[in-house]
Design a protein around this ligand. Sequence first.
Ligand SMILES: Cc1cc2nc3c(=O)[nH]c(=O)nc-3n(C[C@H](O)[C@H](O)[C@H](O)COP(=O)(O)OP(=O)(O)OC[C@H]3O[C@@H](n4cnc5c(N)ncnc54)[C@H](O)[C@@H]3O)c2cc1C
Length: 115
Amino acid sequence: MEAAALVQKAFIREGIALRLNATITQVERSAGGKLVYYEAQGKEETLAVDEILAGAGRAPNIEGLNLETAGVQYDRRKGVLVNDCLQTSNPHIYGAGDVCLAWKFTHAADFPPGL
Ligand SMILES: Cc1cc2nc3c(=O)[nH]c(=O)nc-3n(C[C@H](O)[C@H](O)[C@H](O)COP(=O)(O)OP(=O)(O)OC[C@H]3O[C@@H](n4cnc5c(N)ncnc54)[C@H](O)[C@@H]3O)c2cc1C
């Protein structure tokens, strides 16, 4: 929450207008760019923008690794399943980093929590 407040302050200082607690209801192309329709505090608003960026989260990239053949269990959302020592269900294979950790940060990948 404190970090969000700092980022918010910096955005405002740089002239970035924020629309918080808003629900986007529709998006469409216009002659000069794109239009975002949204509802905020019970009011319908429209915003003209150049581009739309969507931050939709991240998912482990495990497709094509053929983990079944290696006897490595995984979950499509959690990624490769490991124990506290990062050992997978195949005791000869260990996991590391985002593909198996709940905390998907560089420092967690370098030094996993629990080790
Ligand atoms: C936009 C963005 C911003 C971020 N900002 C921060 C931040 O500010 N601070 C922070 O701590 N963390 C941040 N992160 C998270 C951080 O990047 C990751 O937690 C970290 O890179 C994880 O390291 P990793 O080695 O597990 O995976 P990665 O760094 O993703 O490395 C995995 C490597 O494996 C390769 N690879 C994938 N599949 C295969 C395959 N089949 N065969 C061979 N190679 C393969 C990939 O090409 C990649 O090089 C950010 C991530 C993103 C996407």
